[in-house]
Design a protein around this ligand. Structure first.
Ligand SMILES: [Zn+2]
Length: 277
């Protein structure tokens, strides 16, 4: 059995603030937090191995994507780190995997009690809709795994992201490691206890892998994006195949989901620098 794990940082147990996930803000705090990140990840790897995984590929998927200290990642796993890379948080996923797991994920922008909630780029994106359904990073990434025929079977993070994932994949196994009080505050389980839950749920998920279907979106795919400012939509509306819907919203239609994913990423890259003046 081959298992793919995408690891973000905002949904790791104990993390509640941007300064904890950005090495430029409070380096010592970040250092401690990337160790918590590797702790949650290794718990998921151990659970997967217990349930029969023979190969584990891990994608470090936060910020510049080189947060995990390689020597501390479970030695059974191959680590994908660094950026840029075409498929971002899902780099390396393909039809050879039996399951995709998501560790340390967070909810979409605007979620009530969603710890550190945002959608891909908090500086650019207000909302993303795929075929009319608003999606956060879990949905956008699970659809990529699903396009390759890989089911999304496990997620860890706060209560809000587990709920968000269940809206799209009702029988996904979720490990809740904290409960948001606000966007920047949470009731957190002790990391050791959180890891025990992650390990158990990840193992349980892999044992039940056949019960979960890949999450696929209908093709052709319509992506609508609302930006934080109209300037961003002005810039993105110049791109081919992009239609302006209103002041801050654009629409793109693509034949297949991977191309739609690339369109979405490119739009964010185009919008990102426009307010820097
Ligand atoms: Zn992140």
């Amino acid at each position: 059995m081959r298992v793919y794990i995408s690891v973000d940082m905002e949904g790791i147990s104990g993390i509640v603030d941007w300064s904890q996930v950005d090495f430029r803000k409070r380096p010592q705090e970040y250092e401690a937090c990337r160790r918590m990140m590797v702790g949650d990840l290794n718990a998921a790897i151990e659970g997967a191995l217990e349930a029969g995984a023979e190969e584990v590929v891990v994608a470090d998927s936060h910020g510049r994507m080189s947060n995990l200290p390689p020597e501390e990642v479970h030695e059974a796993a191959v680590l994908i780190r660094g950026s840029p890379r075409p498929w971002l948080m899902m780099e390396g996923v393909d039809d050879g995997f039996d399951a995709a797991l998501y560790v340390g994920y967070h909810s979409m922008k605007g979620t009530e009690r969603g710890v550190l909630c945002h959608t891909i780029s908090g500086r650019v994106v207000d909302a993303v809709y795929v075929n009319g359904v608003e999606m956060g990073e879990f949905g956008l990434n699970a659809a990529l795994a699903g396009w390759h025929g890989v089911p999304s079977i496990f997620i860890s993070g706060d209560a809000a992201v587990v709920e968000e994932a269940k809206e799209l994949v009702p029988n996904i196994r979720g490990a809740v490691v904290k409960w948001g009080v606000s966007r920047y505050a949470a009731r957190c389980l002790n990391p050791k206890r959180a890891r025990r839950i992650i390990r158990e749920k990840a193992a349980e998920a892999l044992r039940g892998v056949d019960e979960i279907k890949p999450f696929r979106v209908e093709e052709p795919v319509e992506v609508r994006m609302r930006f934080l400012t109209s300037t961003m939509a002005d810039a993105v509306a110049i791109m081919p195949y992009v239609e302006r819907m209103d002041g801050r919203t654009i629409k793109m239609v693509y034949d297949d989901y991977p191309t739609a994913f690339r369109g979405l990423r490119t739009a964010i890259a185009v919008a990102y620098p426009v307010e820097e003046r």
